[in-house]
Design a protein around this ligand. Structure first.
Ligand code: TRP
Length: 362
């Protein structure tokens, strides 16, 4: 089978931001009103990898476009049914992270998937447009099945979660979906469903969507593997100073760089990956890289620099997070408002889809 990812029309964050600015300069009235949906499974507090890969972009995009964030708690349950209380707890943690990094709920409504029954009904209808064989071919789901060690015990809801994600995306009439590479197969499946629906109806019903890929490379975990809270290799946005220090000092550098005087590798060196992402002085980083390559620059000095940079970066985020955490109502109120607004869009979409299936009201 050909690589489905390549069939998906994608944009990078720089292209879309540049396009927005271009439009604004030339003709503000023609600036493209993209409808953006992004989502997260609430499986743990967010970390620096989320910041670099998606949160920073969301904060940038929220002024230029119509953006909604969906907290995909039902999707999280598809492989965490036994940890439902954790998922519930993490909805609040993730909300605090959003607010702390500067997601403004006035600009970016935040909705809770499980509080939108329209999504469940859309999923049920879309399941009629997808074969089991197609679900089994989704490369990301396949990889996740392997990772979780499911063999004959795959939860049906897990195999079908790309269909529920198609419901999420179409319920908002999203035209642009910021995602990592691993989510491209979900966009592809969404557009297949949109096309099948149009075929059934004999006319276009819902818009197809494009993926918006982050221009930055993925930030690794401190051990160089994929960053994940469960692996304990990620620096969370709420990490206190001593934890930041401990994790930076445990970072993988270059095992061949034994003495400071030895030449070192910067390519898969985690400290440099973080410096490239967070050091405000990128000129200095380039010089440090050259110095490290030549030899004569020790890991300890670099780690000290990074520790301070990350502590400075995270301190205001942690403070804002603590303030929001003290307010007993804010998380609930933001989520209620965002969910209410989203349900009105979703119910209009649901009516149209029900209509295609000849499901009128009684
Ligand atoms: N599958 C996404 C992830 O694991 C989360 C998600 C659920 C999502 N629904 C979405 C992302 C809708 C974008 C749009 O990160």
């Amino acid at each position: 089978m050909s690589e489905p990812a390549q069939l998906v029309p994608t944009l990078t964050i720089n292209e879309i931001v540049a396009a927005g600015q271009q439009m604004k300069i030339n003709d503000a009235s023609r600036s493209p009103p993209e409808t953006i949906l992004t989502g997260d499974r609430p499986t743990g507090p967010l970390h620096l990898g989320h910041y670099v890969g998606s949160l920073a972009n969301r904060v940038r995009l929220q002024r230029e476009h119509h953006q909604t964030i969906l907290i995909a708690d039902l999707q999280a349950l598809t492989d965490n049914a036994g940890r439902a209380a954790d998922v519930r707890h993490n909805v609040r943690e993730v909300m605090l992270d959003y607010l702390a990094v500067g997601i403004d709920p006035e600009l970016t409504p935040i909705a809770l998937q499980s509080a939108m029954p329209e999504l469940a009904e859309l999923t049920m209808l879309y399941l009629n447009l997808v074969t089991v064989a197609r679900l089994e071919r989704n490369p990301t789901v396949k990889a996740e099945i392997e990772l979780r060690g499911f063999s004959r015990d795959i939860p049906a809801g897990f195999l079908a979660y790309p269909v529920s994600q198609a419901a999420d995306i179409t319920a908002f009439r999203a035209t642009l979906v910021p995602v990592g590479e691993d989510q491209l197969p979900m966009i592809e499946q969404t557009n297949e469903i949109v096309r099948r629906l149009a075929h059934l109806a004999g006319r276009p019903v819902l818009p197809e969507c494009r993926a918006l890929l982050s221009a930055t490379t993925r930030l690794p975990g401190i051990d160089g593997r994929k960053a994940s809270k469960s692996l304990g290799n990620a620096i969370s946005l709420s990490a206190p100073d001593d934890e930041i220090r401990r994790l930076v000092h445990a970072m993988f550098t270059d095992p061949g760089h034994v003495r400071a005087s030895d030449p070192g590798r910067v390519e898969d060196n985690v400290v440099f990956a973080y410096l490239r992402a967070f050091d405000p002085d990128q000129q200095a980083v380039a010089e440090l890289e050259a110095h490290y390559r030549r030899g004569g620059l020790g890991d300890a000095a670099l780690k000290e620099r990074l520790t301070h940079i990350l502590q400075t970066f995270l301190a205001p985020i942690r403070e804002r997070r603590a303030l929001y955490a003290q307010d007993r109502d804010i998380v609930r109120d933001v989520l209620r408002d965002g969910t209410k607004a989203s349900r009105s869009t979703a119910s209009a979409v649901l009516e149209e889809v029900r209509d295609v299936f000849s499901l009128g009201s009684l």
